[in-house]
Design a protein around this ligand. Structure first.
Ligand code: ATP
Ligand code: ZN
Length: 323
């Protein structure tokens, strides 16, 4: 069992209590603390990503605080909505959260006259969704001006209000914490502004998406200010590994041989590869190349390369990368 610590106690506080706590200005710690969603869409991919970066942790019985074993990096398991506030208060150093939550709460801070306290440091490639405006199927959508004087239900009042201001539309924002898509059927609202991935939930409620206010995915969030203790080095190491893992995910190593005279033609077929390593074979015109490619290397592309003079083509998976 890890020793009881301030973090696990703080994570039990409701977000209002955390927001009211004094700003943690002079926090000095020798371990890094990352907040991730306790249970929900982002929990498993966040854990898998951190594990791929070499982190391992001991589960504690209360399952709110996981002590890092392989590195001095601990996890705090919380509701996703609490993550920006935990970073703003210095209770957590980093967090994995949907950019939708970060943008919404960032907007709320600005509206309350507070300085920005967190930023998205990396896009993580999972948790993809859109914040869409959706109207009843029966509406003949002609444009945003149709929303004038209407009621729009949402859990994202700050993003919606900013968009309405931009469009110069005066509409009532009905704030709901969940089940937003049912609001028009309950006559609570005329339209909704909600997170959508497949659109199936909207369709099941006789709604259709008409505008996208925000494209979102999970991000690694961190404070605006740099860490001025050992956490800075830990965060830099984690980011280096994270960059390697994210790049490695869609990377393949391409190996082939060719003649010097055919090199330029082949490189024109490989605009998306990193600068290849070119080795001379037997001191003559024969060359061996290795290059990192991103995205898929299809059979069709290999056929094209072969026609252009590549021999012995091989595509290998990349296990690990560190720049
Ligand atoms: P919590 O109990 O932590 O507050 P939650 O119900 O708010 O959980 P989830 O539904 O697990 O959270 O969604 C977490 C995040 O997943 C969202 O903030 C968003 O970034 C992302 N996401 C991806 N697709 C969807 C979707 N179809 N609906 C909602 N969120 C989605
Ligand atoms: Zn939530």
């Amino acid at each position: 069992m890890p020793p009881p610590c301030a973090a696990s106690a703080a994570s039990l506080l409701p977000i209002e209590a955390i927001a009211m706590s004094p700003p943690a200005t002079a926090v000095v710690r020798d371990r890094l603390r990352i907040a991730i969603q306790k249970s929900g869409r982002l929990s498993d991919p966040a854990r898998a990503l951190l594990a791929a970066c070499g982190l391992s942790w001991r589960e504690s019985r209360d399952r709110l605080f996981c002590h890092g074993e392989s590195l001095p990096i601990d996890l705090l398991l919380v509701r996703d909505d609490d993550i920006p506030g935990l970073i703003a208060d210095g209770i957590c150093d980093l967090g994995v959260v949907g950019n939708n939550v970060l943008v919404e709460q960032g907007g709320e801070r600005v509206a309350r006259g507070l300085a920005p306290a967190y930023r998205a440091m990396r896009q993580l490639g999972f948790g993809g969704c859109r914040l869409d405006l959706a109207v009843p199927d029966a509406w003949d959508w002609t444009g945003p001006s149709q929303l004038q004087g209407k009621r729009i239900a949402t859990s994202y009042p700050s993003i919606l209000a900013a968009w309405l201001r931009e469009q110069q539309i005066d509409a009532a924002v009905v704030v709901l914490s969940g089940s937003v898509e049912i609001a028009p059927r309950l006559a609570q609202a005329d339209a909704v502004c909600d997170l959508v991935s497949s659109g199936a939930t909207l369709a099941a409620n006789q709604l259709k998406p008409v505008m996208t206010l925000l494209e979102s995915q999970a991000v690694l969030a961190g404070p605006v200010a740099e860490f001025d203790d050992v956490r800075g080095e830990l965060a830099a190491m984690l980011l280096r590994r994270l960059d390697g893992v994210l790049r490695q995910k869609d990377s393949r190593l391409l190996l082939f041989q060719t003649q010097r005279s055919q090199l330029a033609g082949l490189m024109r077929l490989l605009p998306d590869v990193d600068a290849p390593t070119v080795m001379q074979v037997d001191g003559g015109d024969a060359l061996a190349l290795q290059a990192l490619c991103h995205g898929s290397m299809t059979w069709q592309r290999l056929e094209d390369l072969k026609r252009a003079g590549a021999r012995g083509l091989m595509v290998l998976p990349v296990e690990r990368m560190l720049a």
